[in-house]
Design a protein around this ligand. Structure first.
Ligand code: FAD
Length: 392
């Protein structure tokens, strides 16, 4: 296996030159695309010889980013608040409809309206610095290697290549907007493999009904944990465990929120693993939390010390029986493809300030750290494009 997704370097010569490659077409990537269009960049297949060009590469089969995959009960009224994509309002929708049904068509309309020509499904396997000689003239590009054959996928996209090698791009700038959904975080606890029941991460959660009659241990202190606690406890017995006491945010004032974002931004600039903004603000007492409290199920227990075949061992030595352990333990940034750039700090983050990698200024990470929200993704897309325009 090579650094480049198992593909031999000899077949990775960049075949497409472009000013900006955007990786990912969720909220952050589409915001970047919108601002690129506004600043006079053209999608690669429309760009003339001299025009500034960009391409958006996305691993999904269709529009919507991670919203394509959220569980059914995450409706437009239970999401945390979705900020519309720049320049196009979310249509009036049934607030009880699942977000995964409402948002992908909205994203699809958006891509069409602003003619963003997202290329999909294209997964980026690696990003590296170009090597003079091997990649043609100039050491000034970032080489983006994908899992796609060089042959065009759609006839209306680039058609001048019939090279069967992996599709690669040589970019002046890369805007990474790959989100977190593809990297569910699942901490290890001793005895993990001995459990006779079922363990799953919220990434794979479908609906509460599948747990009826089973005892479910829900792990995690964030919004997903409390939301799923509320709905699963309606159909079966639950036990909620968290590592720390949960801090309830009683005053969701904007200044508290921006102070939290500043704290995440400061961590991210130091190269610490970025925290989600919500993990810093504490938990807002959303309506579902009040409902769970009223029914007496919002009872937090300390984290178990080990997993055993029939349950979890609590710090006081008791065995709590369990049929299911549901890990609502968050997600991590999906940035493995950036590994060849060698940006990872010993602490496990990438040093990023104002959306730009401090150790590789041709790389932007948006929807990362402080911009990991719909509103943050919008702004980060705009700011990355502004910075690129200023550079060029
Ligand atoms: P995504 O929507 O995840 O898009 C990333 C895209 O990149 C995907 O299409 C993915 O397939 C693609 N991709 C990944 N890796 C590659 C690769 N190597 N090559 C090519 N493409 C790749 N935020 C809010 O503001 N409000 C909410 O209500 C809210 N609810 C949330 C609920 C849940 C359960 C979760 C997990 C998060 C929630 N968030 C919410 C945070 C949310 O993740 C962001 O707000 C925003 O939607 C993320 O947009 P994004 O573009 O950064 O990522």
């Amino acid at each position: 296996m090579t650094d480049h997704g198992g593909v031999t370097p000899a077949r990775e010569t960049p075949d497409r030159r472009v000013d900006v490659v955007v990786i990912g077409a969720g909220q952050a990537g589409l915001s970047a695309g919108y601002h690129l269009r506004r600043r006079g960049f053209d999608p690669i297949n429309r760009a003339g010889e001299r025009a500034r060009s960009f391409v958006i590469l996305d691993a999904e089969d269709g529009p919507g980013g991670a919203w394509r995959h959220r569980w059914e009960s995450l409706t437009m009224s239970t999401v945390n608040g979705i900020f519309e994509l720049p320049g196009q309002a979310v249509p009036n929708v049934d607030r009880t409809a699942p977000s995964r049904d409402v948002l992908p068509p909205y994203f699809a309309d958006y891509e069409d309206r602003f003619q963003l020509h997202v290329r999909r499904p294209v997964r980026v396997r690696s990003v590296r610095r170009s090597a003079p000689g091997r990649d043609g003239p100039g050491p000034d590009r970032l080489v983006v290697v994908t899992d796609r054959d060089g042959a065009p996928h759609r006839p209306d996209l680039v058609t001048d290549l019939d090279d069967p090698s992996p599709e690669t791009w040589a970019a002046r700038y890369v805007i990474n907007a790959t989100g977190t959904w593809t990297r569910p975080f699942w901490p290890y606890y001793p005895g993990h493999e001995t459990f006779r029941g079922r363990q799953l991460h919220v990434h794979d959660y479908v609906a509460a009904d599948e747990f009826a009659g089973q005892r479910v241990v829900i792990v995690g202190a964030g919004i997903s944990a409390t939301q799923l606690l509320e709905e699963i406890s309606r159909v079966t017995d639950t036990l909620w465990v968290t590592r720390r006491e949960v801090e309830w945010e009683t005053d969701p004032a904007p200044e508290n929120f921006s102070a939290a974002i500043d704290k995440v931004a400061e961590r991210t600039a130091r190269g610490l693993p970025p925290q989600s903004v919500i993990s810093v603000t504490g938990n807002y007492r959303a309506p579902w939390i009040e409902r769970a409290d009223e029914r007496g199920v919002l009872v937090r227990h300390p984290m178990f010390t080990r997993i055993e075949p029939d349950g979890v061992r609590m710090p006081d030595g008791r065995l709590e029986p369990a049929d299911v352990i549901l890990w609502a333990t968050g997600f991590r940034p999906a940035v493995a493809h950036l590994a060849p750039l060698g940006l990872r700090t010993p602490e496990g983050g990438i040093r990023v300030s104002d959306g730009r990698a401090l150790d590789e200024p041709r790389l932007f990470l948006i929807g990362y750290g402080p911009s990991q929200s719909t509103v943050g993704a919008n702004r980060a897309g705009r700011d990355a494009v502004r910075a690129i325009v200023a550079d060029l």
